[in-house]
Design a protein around this ligand. Sequence first.
Ligand code: ADP
Length: 306
Amino acid sequence: MSSIHADPPPPIVTEPSGINYATGSALGKGGFAICHRAERYDGSRPTGHMVALKIVKTKMKPAKLAQKFVSELQIHSKLAHANIVTFYRAFSFQTSTYVVLELCPNGSLADMLKKRKYLTLPEIRRFVIQMCGALKYLHHRHIVHRDLKTGNLFLDENMNVKVGDFGLAALLVTEKEMEVKRRTTMCGTPNYLAPEILEKGKGHDEKVDLWAIGVIAYTLAIGKAPFHASTKEEIYKKLKSGNYTWPELSATTNQSADLRDLVASLLVPEEQRPPPDQIVSQNFFKIAYVPASIPSSAREKAPTWP
Ligand code: ADP
């Protein structure tokens, strides 16, 4: 987790309803928010319920970000799925806006990858299945996340994946609205960008999330994104060409023909990408070990599988 240099939050944060949160250690810092552990209190009585308290300095950020934040809340507050970070509530206290979220105490897949370099195939199977469950739920509701990446995939206390950070999520209700919502600005981290996003006026439908699943599966196995490069421009160039390679099989990578097929099925032009249900019915997930759970020790050290 990145080091955090910010003013400490008030020790007690109070909702207008009177519920208190005792703030604890920092969890991480994002573009315009900082997250702390907190315990919920009913009046002066501790409940033992730990949450993630996301603190957004309302005075600090430009109006545009404020707008983004409101849309994030509107979308996120309506979602309920085992693999999506639960949104509890949002409120203002003193000069900040607070968002109360389900605590994911095991960090993100990006943190795990940093420590581990690459994951085992059984872990990748379980994580991808869980991501696909979340995506099926979102896409069914015409919600496109648009910023899926290892840093936005959090791990709960049982090492289940929870999709978080709905800052760029777009709610696409109808074709007409979709047209209106299509942004000319580019969003997202370049490594996970679907190539159609580079084309003006294209690439804001759910297919961009399917591309990201392909990038994530590759990255979890190899430790580097398939279109990895040192500059944005080089990444764009690689993306446009659509060419990526797998490193030689070695002790420092982790791949199989079925994994390569899975990734190849996703890193294709948008109309060819399979939806979540079809992703998880591919060979990579069949007649292969999918763990029923992953120990939290896996954050640091590869588990041994039967
Ligand atoms: P931003 O919207 O500004 O990018 P994020 O949502 O990414 O902010 O949150 C900032 C950081 O806080 C994350 O990178 C992560 O380390 C941590 N974080 C966010 N949500 C949670 C959560 N539900 N549980 C644990 N840590 C979290």
